[in-house]
Design a protein around this ligand. Structure first.
Ligand code: PLP
Length: 409
């Protein structure tokens, strides 16, 4: 058979594996160095007890004939979809019904798989810098064109920089599908209500669809930052929302997320007829997906019990406090910083115009701290690094002590 040539177009190495390889090499050369991982994109606290207890019960369900669960509904169990509709939407005054919610094995799968429901010639807009999955999955699907000077010829790049506070703004040109992420990875910045309104207006005017990645919505603490795009009037007609339990409740290794496709959202076919995107996504999921695990869905459901409020909030607050410490320390050391308030990510500008990789090497060799080079998230990330609040408090404090020492503060 002939392969999908688009794979050959992708750059050889994925950002995170390059960082891991560099770290491995450094540790081999310097076995005595106590390297602190400030590049870590995974959670470090265990899963809340409420979810653990529910998953133990669900395992026992599997052992008895009367409570055993085989294949589940492809869209997810009612118990979890109802809990999401009630807690994440109705409780915030947002009208999203359980049958508009699709449970999955995580946001990454959904973000990549959604490409099945829009046409191959769609013009895709992505933030630069941004989460690499949006770009790479659309390149694999054939929407990238050619890679020229680090950018794909068919994408609309929403350049983020210091001037726009690293928040993408609606472009002057047309796009069919727009990936937005708020709070954003890697920059840690979030849209205010008015900024998001401008995007909904753009999408309505362009008959475009926004794929709104809100994997970090649990980190939002500011009043003027919406938790859901559906808080904006008219968004039900233009937006798909993708969420995850990974960073909310330590589910990175358990795998559970969900996608909302409102019944009011449509696209057009060859003849210009309106077609329900919910219907297409349901068809896609029933064809290619057999549902997330019953046990994991029971664990996710438990996060919405009263214990959730306390335990999950405490975990998120722990990472937020780390992020706040990093942001303040980096600013004190003379860096320009973004994010870190409604997000576990802090986006840091090199004070003397160094490249991302040179700052990476400097932090590693002089302070034994690893970070993620910003240029790995897109050309506009050059000169920046990403730090994360996911390490332990002790390691974060030690890393910040080293930074202050390194810069003589
Ligand atoms: N979206 C963003 C912006 C992320 O940073 C991540 C994970 O790092 C994901 C989605 C993937 O989440 P999940 O673990 O649910 O696949």
């Amino acid at each position: 058979m002939k392969i999908n040539d688009n794979f050959e177009k992708l750059p050889e190495s994925y950002l995170f594996s390059t960082v891991a390889a560099r770290l491995r090499a450094y540790r081999e050369e310097h076995p005595e160095a106590d390297v602190i991982r400030m590049d870590i994109g995974d959670v470090t606290l265990p899963v809340p007890q409420a979810a653990i207890a529910a998953m133990h019960r669900a395992v026992d369900d599997m052992a008895a004939k009367s409570t055993f669960h085989g294949y589940g509904p492809e869209q997810g169990y009612d118990f979890l979809r109802n809990a999401i509709a009630a807690n994440d939407y109705a409780a915030r005054g947002i009208a999203i019904s359980a049958d508009e919610i699709f449970i999955s094995d995580g946001a990454k799968s959904d973000l990549g798989n959604l490409g099945d429901i829009y046409s191959e010639d769609s013009i895709v807009a992505v933030a630069d810098p941004g989460y690499p999955v949006y770009v790479d999955s659309n390149v694999i699907d054939g929407r990238g064109g050619e890679l020229e000077g680090g950018r794909w010829s068919r994408f609309v790049y929403l350049e983020c920089n210091e001037a726009n506070g690293f928040k993408p703004v609606p472009p002057a040109v047309h796009a069919d599908v727009i990936f937005l992420c708020s709070p954003a990875n890697p920059t840690g910045v979030s849209f205010t209500r008015d900024e998001l309104k401008a995007w909904v207006e753009y999408a309505r005017a362009n008959r475009a669809v926004i794929i709104y990645d809100s994997a970090y919505c649990a980190y939002i603490t500011s009043e003027d930052v919406p938790h859901s795009i559906y808080e904006i009037e008219g968004a039900r007609e233009v937006a798909i929302e993708v969420r995850s339990f990974s960073k909310t409740a330590g589910f990175t290794g358990l795998r559970c997320g969900y996608t909302v496709v409102p019944s009011t959202l449509t696209g057009t076919d060859e003849e210009g007829r309106e077609v329900s995107l919910r219907k297409l996504w349901l068809r896609r999921q029933t064809t290619k997906f057999n549902g997330a695990s019953y046990i994991i869905q029971r664990g996710a459901e438990a996060l919405y019990s009263p214990e959730w409020k306390k335990e999950v909030r405490e975990n998120v607050d722990y990472y937020l406090a780390n992020a706040c410490l990093i942001r303040d320390t980096m600013a004190r050391a003379g860096f320009t910083v973004f994010g870190g308030d409604n997000s576990p990510y802090i986006w840091v500008k090199s004070p003397v115009g160094e490249s991302s990789w040179s700052l990476f090497d400097k932090c590693l060799s002089e302070a034994h701290i690893s970070c993620t080079p910003g240029v790995g998230f897109g050309a506009a990330g050059e000169g920046y690094i990403r730090l994360t609040g996911f390490n332990t408090r002790e390691s974060t404090e030690e890393a910040m002590r080293r930074i202050l020492e390194m810069f003589g503060k």
